[in-house]
Design a binder for this molecule. Structure first.
Ligand SMILES: [Zn+2]
Ligand SMILES: [Zn+2]
Length: 394
């Protein structure tokens, strides 16, 4: 609850004191009245508390601004406005009233005292919640009764090359928030509820703003006058964290880096809000020979000098197994051949990519006389200089 003390007076600083002066004053007074140094001294203890409170407000520029403006500051301002503020989005007033600032704010000078439901109070509270990010001051302050969608979860998954080509079924152990099985998400255990100590069951609390008194809906019990019994399983959260096995299908052809969505497998929502989604980012382990480029599979294939020179039909590995490739006569090193529709199936385009075969010509291993003889023969007939082009340019 707000008290009537003048924080500046408590710290003995002027109203335009700098942050530094406030800190110095606080340190001096805190040392002087510290309970450890004044055992059993009630007035000193009281002074110490006041000094703490004053410093808490004045050392925080936002709180100080509010205090300077209204002569009062309280953390106990619930999110959302009273009454009509229970629609979706009421917990996030910064978005709802983007232009609401101190400058444009007008006090309701009359009729303000008798009830907390007036429009002016909506503004008053909205300002607090706007300034303090929805006014969620503490765990018990989750007085918002607006259902909220659960947050999304991210999961990184490594799969093998073949799993990415053919698709796979995976079981993921996901740690996610679920609706509490004990209270069904309400956070309350039901039963007889306790009278709210903040408002003594009246549902209203009084706030001072300068010389004016205001009656506000009690933020602790949200005006109900009674506190709901907190669920022992989830401690009022309405959700519990559980490790769940989520089974999902990774479709064939999924490229590395793709992000798959599993709807509804993120965190459970708050107060009946929908669950978030689970996003799986897939990383595909590389294959020792196949390289994937989009839907295209690339492979580097060694061929012999005679295969390249004379032409040959050779077997080529594809992701379906073996395929035949006709290497034409006179094939050069590095030449690339396309095998149509031997690449990865693309479900979106409903078609397959190609496979590109790049040949590298392997020189023969010369270990016997016969091979040497043949190569000498070859040298006699092939008079072309493979370095001719290079020499012409250097
Ligand atoms: Zn519960
Ligand atoms: Zn109350």
């Amino acid at each position: 609850m707000a008290t009537k003390q003048d924080y500046y007076q408590t710290l003995g600083v002027s109203r335009d004191a700098k942050e530094d002066d406030i800190r110095k004053a606080y340190r001096k007074l805190a040392r002087k009245y510290h309970p450890d140094l004044n055992p059993g001294d009630k007035p000193a203890e009281e002074r110490f508390k006041n000094v703490q409170e004053a410093y808490d407000i004045l050392s925080d520029s936002k709180k100080r601004q509010v205090y300077d403006q209204f002569g009062v500051y309280s953390d106990h301002i619930p999110p959302g406005g009273p009454g009509g503020g229970s629609g979706p989005g009421a917990g996030q007033d910064s978005g709802r009233r983007p232009n609401m600032g101190f400058g444009g704010f007008e006090w309701p000078p009359e009729g303000a005292e008798d009830n907390g439901g007036g429009a002016g109070f909506g503004n008053f509270r909205d300002i607090f919640s706007t300034m303090f990010g929805g006014g969620r001051a503490g765990a018990q302050q989750q007085a918002s009764n607006v259902p909220e969608r659960g947050t999304d979860l991210e999961y990184g998954l490594n799969i093998g090359f073949w799993e990415s080509i053919r698709g796979t079924q995976v079981k993921l152990n996901i740690s996610r928030q679920e609706v509490c099985p004990t209270c069904g998400g309400s956070g309350s255990s039901g039963g007889t509820s306790e009278v709210c100590p903040e408002c003594d069951g009246t549902g209203k609390v009084t706030q001072m703003a300068g010389s004016m008194r205001f009656s506000l809906t009690c933020p602790r019990c949200d005006g109900k006058g009674r506190l709901k019994n907190v669920c022992p399983t989830c401690h009022g959260e309405g959700r519990v964290t559980k490790t769940e096995t989520v089974e999902t299908r990774i479709p064939p052809g999924v490229p590395s880096g793709s992000r798959l969505r599993v709807a509804g497998k993120g965190n459970a929502g708050i107060l009946g809000g929908p669950a978030g989604d689970l996003y799986i980012t897939v990383r595909v382990e590389p294959h020792p020979f196949f390289r994937r480029e989009g839907d295209t599979i690339e492979i580097v294939l060694p061929v012999t000098v005679s295969e390249a020179g004379l032409g040959a039909k050779i077997e080529v590995p594809t992701i379906d197994g073996r395929a035949l490739l006709k290497v034409p006569q006179g094939t050069q090193n590095g030449q690339r051949f396309r095998l149509r529709e031997k690449g990865v199936f693309n479900a979106r385009k409903n078609q397959r990519g190609d496979e590109i075969v790049e040949v590298v010509i392997q020189a023969p291993k010369v270990q016997d006389e016969r091979t040497k003889e043949l190569l000498r023969e070859l040298a006699k007939v092939s008079t072309e200089d493979p370095r001719q082009e290079i020499w012409s340019k250097v």
